[in-house]
Write a protein that binds this ligand. Structure first.
Ligand code: NDP
Length: 250
């Protein structure tokens, strides 16, 4: 039986806030049973309560690599399948190159790259057995051009885009698609705080964005749903900027 979205199971990492929460909201609206993950159990429970019974909170730290296989197995055993994985959890840091410590660089890579790799590998085992799946990675416009003082983050998001292409080619024969969304400036609590406290920077951002506005989380959620759904059934290995034209310049 061909699956409609109504009997699909999704995992959205970092689904308790910001873009992840918007993606989970969109999926639930489309009747996709959505497991949201993150470290903060209370935040996840609140989000799941708000999104209703199709949203299930599951707290774990993605940098704790050894527990990821158990968590993915638990989801597959409990719900019978994993159809969609959104690798959204991520951290950023803005610091002069010369001040970034080895540990800080490592923490960013551990969260944004190794965590993504391990959960994708484990979910791919389930998807390979069922011969279907859609994986959506969230990178950043930081991988398109240099942003000063975000060295580790940029390295991590470029790695995600490279992994997307390599994995897409490898998994295509098994009907597993992997695509990536590269958001520009999206107004989440975190980015709004940073930009509103620095009006000069906000003006600069708006000036260099052809659409002259910030995105909203729903813009990214809509793109994620496109990749998750059958509407994109012949699309894999792509990097989709959702950035108001920022990456094309003007
Ligand atoms: P938020 O800080 O709101 O969300 C990040 C999420 O990741 C949180 O829910 C957090 O949950 C989770 N997370 C962080 N570290 C870990 C960890 N070690 N283990 C498990 N979960 C973790 O940021 P955004 O929503 O803005 O960002 C979401 C993604 O989009 C990120 O990958 C970011 O790089 C990317 N992005 C965002 C842009 C923007 O303008 N907002 C622009 C470009 C890319 P918890 O705290 O519970 O652990």
């Amino acid at each position: 039986m061909k699956k409609t979205t109504t009997n699909k199971i999704a995992i959205v990492t970092g689904g308790g806030s910001g873009l992840g929460l918007a993606i989970a909201h969109k999926f639930v609206q489309q009747n996709i049973r959505t497991i949201i993950t993150g470290r903060n159990e209370e935040k996840l429970n609140e989000a799941a309560k708000e999104l209703g019974p199709l949203c299930i909170p599951l707290a774990f730290d993605i940098t704790n690599l050894s527990i990821i296989p158990q968590k993915v197995k638990y989801i597959a055993d409990t719900y019978g399948t994993i159809d969609i994985l959104v690798n959204n959890a991520g951290i950023n840091m803005k610091k002069d190159l010369v001040d970034v410590t080895d540990e800080e660089f490592q923490t960013i890579l551990q969260t944004n790259v190794l965590g993504v790799f391990v959960i994708t590998r484990e979910a791919a085992k389930v998807m390979l057995a069922q011969k279907s799946g859609s994986i959506i990675n969230i990178s950043s416009m930081a991988s398109q051009y240099g942003i000063p003082k975000v060295i580790a983050y940029t390295a991590s998001k470029s790695a995600i885009e490279g992994m997307t292409r390599a994995m897409a080619v490898e998994l295509s024969p098994s009907n597993i698609r992997i695509n990536c969304i590269a958001p520009g400036f999206i107004e989440t609590q975190m980015s709004a705080k940073a930009l509103n406290s620095d009006p000069e920077r906000k003006e600069k951002v708006l000036k260099r964005t052809p659409m002259a506005k910030l995105g909203i989380p729903r813009d990214v959620a809509n793109a994620a749903y496109f990749f998750a759904s059958e509407e994109s059934s012949f699309v894999t290995g792509t990097i989709l900027p959702v950035d108001g034209g920022n990456s094309i310049g003007f």
